[in-house]
Ligand binder design. Structure first.
Ligand code: SAH
Length: 225
């Protein structure tokens, strides 16, 4: 039988929100509530459960990582979700960011290029009862045309440039949040399509993500040094 450790880590999540997320300036009450709600430990390997609420990224297999909690909260806040949106995520990874989005939007489509990660993300999300997240194995640099356009698009891997298909699949009034830069550091970038159809770009700060690999991203065979 499974241990009911600290009430499912409720107090760890509270501490995470207070000491890492609010303190660094994330203030949207809906985002803070989602960060208190989603059981982050369920998205990391079991031997790392005790570290799931710490202030750093963790490995999730296949050389990929689940982002630091603050980064997830900050990027989510930047999407300005009110609950009615159709959201596209590129880089499902563990599925954690998708779960946070599922708490805050209507439908979430999350694309992952590595099948084993997609399958375990899907299993955890299903286990936790999320019915509005759809995990798809594909190259997310092409977006996901069948459900386009999207009110919000979030890319959780580092891109050499903004993939044109993602801009094309952004609804009027929509927001795209994407780390853009070289392999080692990126600028978190928000592109907004105004209701009139113009594009507005803002920079939200530095970050470091694993590579976005695909037709409009890095090439798979490029070495990491
Ligand atoms: N959002 C995830 C963390 C993402 S790590 C979470 O909450 O756990 C980045 C993920 O992007 C990796 O799983 C990687 O395989 C995936 N990825 C990289 N390039 C991709 C692409 N072109 N399409 C879809 N997924 C991609």
């Amino acid at each position: 039988m499974e241990h009911d450790r600290d009430n499912n880590f409720t107090s760890a999540r509270e501490w995470m929100v207070e000491s890492q997320i609010k303190r660094r300036g994330v203030s949207d009450p809906r985002v803070l509530k989602a960060m208190r709600t989603v059981q982050r430990h369920r998205f990391v390997p079991r031997h790392l459960w005790d570290q799931a609420y710490n202030d750093y990224p963790l490995p999730i297999g296949e050389n990929q990582t689940i982002s630091q909690p603050y980064i997830v909260a900050m990027m989510t806040e930047a999407l300005e979700l009110v609950g009615t949106e159709k959201v596209l995520e590129i880089g499902a990874g563990s599925g954690y960011q998708a779960a946070v989005l599922a708490e805050l939007a209507k439908e979430v489509y999350s694309i992952e290029r590595i099948p084993s990660l997609a399958h375990s993300a899907e299993a955890v999300l299903k286990n936790l009862g999320y019915t509005n997240v759809h995990v798809i194995v594909a190259d997310g640099t092409l977006g996901w045309p069948p459900e386009s356009p999207y009110d919000a698009i979030i890319v959780t891997a580092g891109a050499p440039q903004v993939p044109q298909p993602l801009i094309e699949q952004l609804a009027l009034g929509g927001r795209l949040v994407i780390p853009v830069g070289d392999r080692y550091s990126q600028n978190l970038t928000r592109i907004r399509r105004t209701p009139e159809g113009d594009l507005k770009t803002e920079y939200l700060g530095g970050c470091r993500f694993v590579k976005l690999i695909g037709a409009h991203g890095w090439k798979a065979e490029e070495p990491d040094y």
